[in-house]
Design a binder for this molecule. Structure first.
Ligand code: BG6
Length: 471
């Protein structure tokens, strides 16, 4: 629909930006932090930055928050490293870890920036992984205890909580993004049992949050794409619906409705990979209800009916945004209407609007976008990063949020990826997303100096006028 008059962004819209602990903090083994699966199992190819120093945010958080305030951020979405708080996952609490996040949150609040806190962003404690990780039901208890610690400790200062970042990407691409630890080669049956345990853990965290913090809000944070059928052939539509259920809707249906999406469950049963549900699991799943849906959006996916042979499967491997294809289920199709970024990810701002409309239509819960952005090879020349390509990407996506709001969708925040340059899940520091440049190379440490990119000044103006003028 075209509008003569668009609705404005609501007052108090949470203009923000995002990071995650292991990708930004560094200080991977300082002040009592325990190792996570990222530290023990995320082996980078030669010449690609690891996560040990990252952007050194752990030591430079005050300088970074001052820059976020100058940028005008109203929200900062970050994750807490489980292994800073409970180094072995379920044992002693580490006071130095708590102290760090108190300092960070206090600094944010002092500058009027709303903390939006992810409990768990890919970095499962290695000690839990040693005992089976998410295959082991004890990890559910460990997560619930960890969540309780965070709610009791930070509940007075944090109003918005996110449970698990991109559980669907951990399930579908866990090996590629390095989140699976020892179970990296687990069979699909095991992976979906782990998935089920994460669902139960998430539900317990949501129920606990409401019990302990009646004024706080909590939601899941999956990676959501709209799935397009390759053509209007009915078989392609069936394939698109099936894949949508398995990739997207299962994660939201369980979180919001406490039940598995029927198509997703049928797939799991048909493949012989359905998880075992323990007594009481269904009650637990429906006891935890989100207040909103947070989602990460980078692209859409286009699929066709399976041809039943290897041509269904895309050969381009190794990253979370690809459409892989599965024999007997769906075929990966390139969308000829969409350009791709330098790393092969399709760019689809209109699909962003479609995604918001569909989520609102299905769940009627307020939406916040917790990731969206352009990974690019930025160059610092004469003290300046001219990232007009990023401005263009963000502008075209923000336009679609305004359209979705005019469509009647309740969107209350936008936190693009990333507030500051950090280490990408695959391409080290060469693939940057930030509004703030960090001076470091893949293997050379660099000065770690911070420089405002052109996109910083642009986003600052956007926030200042509450999105009325996207420049
Ligand atoms: C999301 C993750 O999948 O995509 C982030 O939540 C990640 O952790 C982001 O960094 C971008 O992906 P990449 O591979 O470009 O770093």
């Amino acid at each position: 629909m075209h509008y003569e008059q668009l609705l404005p962004f609501p007052d108090g819209f949470l203009w923000g930006a995002s990071t995650s602990a292991y990708q930004v903090e560094g200080a991977w083994n300082e002040d009592g932090k325990g190792p996570s699966v990222i530290d023990t199992h995320m082996h980078r190819p030669d010449g690609v930055a690891d996560f040990t120093v990252a952007a050194d945010h752990y030591h430079r958080y005050a300088e970074d928050v001052a820059l976020f305030a100058e940028l005008g951020l109203r929200a900062y979405r970050f994750s807490i490293a489980w292994t800073r708080i409970v180094p072995d996952g379920d044992g002693e609490i580490n006071p130095a870890g708590l102290a760090f996040y108190h300092r960070l949150i206090d600094e944010l609040r002092a500058k009027g920036i709303e903390p939006v806190v992810t409990l768990y962003h890919f970095d499962l404690p290695a000690a839990l992984d040693d005992r089976g990780g998410w295959s082991n039901r004890e990890t559910i208890d460990a997560f619930a205890r960890y969540a309780r610690i965070l709610f009791e400790e930070f509940g007075g200062k944090v109003r918005y909580w996110l449970t698990i970042n991109e559980q669907n990407m951990m399930v579908l691409h866990g090996k590629a993004i390095g989140t699976t630890g020892r179970s990296g080669d687990a069979d699909q049956r095991t992976v979906y049992q782990q998935n089920h345990h994460m669902f139960v853990a998430q539900a317990r965290a949501m129920a606990l949050c409401h019990e302990l913090l009646p004024d706080a809000k909590i939601g899941p944070a999956p990676n959501i794409v709209s799935v397009y059928p390759a053509t209007c052939a009915p078989e392609d539509v069936i394939a698109a619906d099936d894949w949508d259920a398995i990739r997207n809707l299962m994660y939201l249906d369980v979180a919001v409705r406490g039940v598995y999406h029927p198509l997703a469950w049928a797939y799991l049963v048909e493949r012989g990979i359905a998880p075992e549900l323990a007594d009481g699991d269904l009650e637990l799943l429906s006891s935890g209800k989100p207040d909103f849906i947070a989602f990460n959006y980078y692209s859409t996916q286009t699929v066709g009916a399976s041809r039943g042979d290897a041509s269904d499967i895309q050969t381009r491997g190794g990253d979370q945004q690809i459409v892989r294809g599965e024999v007997g289920l769906y075929r990966a199709v390139k969308n000829e209407h969409l350009p791709t970024n330098a790393f092969g990810w399709e760019i689809d701002p209109v699909g962003f609007r479609t995604t918001m409309r569909r989520l609102w239509d299905r769940y009627w819960l307020p939406l916040i976008i917790t990731e969206n952005g352009l990974g690019a090879v930025d160059e610092l020349v004469d003290g300046r990063v001219r990232d007009d390509y990023r401005i263009d990407y963000l502008r075209r996506h923000i336009e679609q949020i305004r359209l979705a709001i005019s469509d009647g969708v309740d969107v209350f925040g936008y936190c693009p990826w990333t507030a500051i340059d950090l280490i990408s899940t695959h391409q080290g520091i060469s693939k940057r997303y930030g509004f703030i440049h960090v001076d470091r190379g893949e293997t050379e440490p660099g000065s770690l100096a911070r420089t405002r990119k052109d996109s910083f000044h642009w986003y600052q103006r956007v926030i200042a006028c509450n999105g009325a003028d996207l420049g």
